[in-house]
Ligand binder design. Structure first.
Ligand code: TNX
Length: 545
């Protein structure tokens, strides 16, 4: 009897352990709820006790203003720590930037970050302690939190090639990432259906490549064409503004310029980039098309297309020029060069390509793809940057310093980590947010089935790797491809609440994760989504919905 009682008590202790006393997502390392509250009012002062913390204070103030209609005074130096939100540095010696302590007592909120990022993440936790009711007084519970991130790379991608999204929405998306304590925005800027970044040396990229004459209606191959022109691109001034906006939120933007495949929009602008410049774009029978097909066209349907970049000096010079401008805009260590889904049909038919394969002693067209990426890597490395590409860049041999985004499952990532290359995990099976969230979706999606629980239970470190090899997996990222996401509200609908689950995968150590407990914290998060006025999938909690 005594033994049973002991087992029961132990079980209860474990259950309590896994339960978070505060509704914070992602789950922190340690948190404790105390008695009493602290009320933030218009006279509460944000005290900058450490230097360079203005960005965190500004973020909090913007949030308070937008959601609750108040902004707090900011003081520096030795202002009193009473009726205050104190931002400071604590020495925590975190392995990865972003550790922080937060305490709320009857006089103040205290946030001590290991570094600037840590203070910023402490602010994100504070935001989650605020009431989810607009009319309430801003009363928060007294508590203490100790926290630190698990992975260094915590990413989210947005495809602005298939559908263009405004600068305002891109900034909102960056805010969503920041509030999830994530630090990387992968900006997919070029694809077959649109080239979205201004390149001064090649104005036709956006004038021609930034517009398509129509889009198929419904799921591929579709039921018709909408016959609507669809245009849009970001000017370099706008890009600089977005990069700064992200940096103020401790987010790095990795730009992606697709090569050698997914290049129809660039080829429509500059046909010389193709192996067969004079051959019109092939429109396959059954494709619903808007307008005539005079020559090279921006694609109006979804899929993979055979007209890819020719590996000529013209193309390499063009891409180097493009990347020169891209590098002046984006200070990121990584430049994403795509590399996925490059059909080899045209390279097989091209006498030039076949000669190049012989001249360079390459095995085949996969060798040619590897040569292509290798040349671009050499160029980017010479400018002090690193390349990252989709896992197809492994085929035919990986460029010496390349990092890999493993999307076709975890296989590519495992292979690359064994070769001691840095890896970001983004497998379709766990983090493709364009897939359906419910078995029967209420709106059009690309297909697939990726419910919240599957995202939540994703473990980015594969068991097949040794601990030494696992160190090459720097983190993970979810991808939001937008073939079937024509509007910001649809993007949000596919993002939420799966972004919350992803944030916990990336931030919280496995021993602090618990699906049932996450589900208990979710209703508060849903109320916060309502406060933000975003669309979200409400079915997330029901298994098999
Ligand atoms: C594959 S993931 C692609 C994208 C599509 C996506 C749709 C990857 C590197 N390529 O071009 O949009 O599937 O889920």
């Amino acid at each position: 009897m005594k033994k049973i009682l002991l087992v029961c008590l132990l079980l209860r202790a474990f259950a309590i352990n896994a339960q978070q006393p505060l509704n914070i997502i992602p789950a922190p390392v340690k948190s404790e709820l105390k008695k009493g509250n602290f009320a933030i009012s218009a006279t509460t002062t944000i005290v900058l006790a450490g230097s360079n913390l203005e960005k965190s204070a500004a973020f909090l103030n913007n949030y308070l203003k937008e959601i609750y209609g108040i902004a707090l005074p900011i003081a520096t130096g030795k202002a009193a720590w009473k009726n205050a939100i104190v931002l400071n540095f604590d020495r925590l010696d975190g392995k990865i930037p972003g550790a922080y302590n937060l305490t709320v007592d009857k006089n103040k909120v205290y946030i001590g970050g290991d570094n600037e990022e840590g203070v910023f993440y402490g602010i994100q936790t504070l935001i989650q302690l605020l009431p989810v009711d607009k009319s309430a007084t801003l009363s928060i519970p007294q508590c203490s939190v100790e926290d630190a991130p698990r992975f260094a790379y915590r990413g989210m991608m947005l495809d602005c090639g298939r559908h263009f999204f405004s600068v305002d929405f891109v900034k909102r998306y960056i805010d969503f990432i920041a509030m999830s304590k994530m630090n990387t925005f992968h900006w997919h800027l070029t694809d077959d259906q649109g080239w979205r970044i201004e390149i001064k040396k090649y104005p036709l990229l956006t004038q021609v490549g930034g517009c398509r004459n129509g889009t198929i209606i419904g799921h591929h191959p579709g039921t018709g064409n909408d016959f609507k022109q669809d245009c849009g691109y970001y000017t370099q001034e706008q890009v600089k503004d977005v990069v700064q906006y992200a940096a103020d939120r401790y987010i790095t933007i990795i730009p992606e310029i697709e090569m050698p495949g997914h290049a129809s929009a660039a080829i429509a602008a500059y046909p010389q980039l193709s192996c067969f410049p004079n051959q019109a774009t092939t429109i396959y029978p059954g494709t619903f098309w808007s307008g005539s097909v005079k020559g090279k066209e921006v694609q109006q349907t979804w899929g993979v297309f055979p007209d890819v970049f020719a590996p000529t000096d013209y193309t390499f010079n063009f891409l180097q020029d493009v990347l020169d401008e891209v590098m002046t805009l984006f200070p990121s260590k990584y430049i994403h060069v795509g590399g996925d889904e490059c059909p080899k049909d045209y390279w097989k038919k091209s006498a030039f390509c076949q000669q190049l394969i012989k001249d360079k002693n390459l095995k085949d067209e996969h060798g040619l793809q590897s040569y292509f990426i290798g040349r671009m890597e050499q160029y980017l490395n010479s400018k002090g940057r690193q390349i990252i590409g989709w896992d197809e860049i492994l085929e035919g041999g990986l460029a010496p310093n390349a990092s890999v985004m493993s999307w076709r499952g975890e296989k590519g990532g495992i292979e690359a980590a064994k070769l001691h290359h840095t890896v970001v995990m983004t497998p379709t099976t766990y983090v493709y947010f364009d897939y359906s969230q419910a078995k029967t979706e209420d709106s059009l999606t690309i297909g697939g089935y990726l419910p919240l629980e599957v995202v939540y239970n994703y473990e980015p470190l594969p068991k097949d790797l040794t601990p030494e090899e696992q160190q090459y997996i720097i983190g993970a990222q979810a991808n939001l491809w937008t073939e079937y996401l024509p509007s910001p509200s649809k993007v949000e609908y596919m993002l939420f609440p799966r972004l919350a689950a992803l944030s916990e995968v990336l931030w919280s150590a496995p021993q602090h994760k618990n699906w049932n407990d996450f589900k208990n914290r979710l209703p508060t998060q849903f109320k916060r989504y309502d406060l933000w006025q975003v669309s979200y999938h409400k079915n997330g909690i029901n298994k098999g919905a």
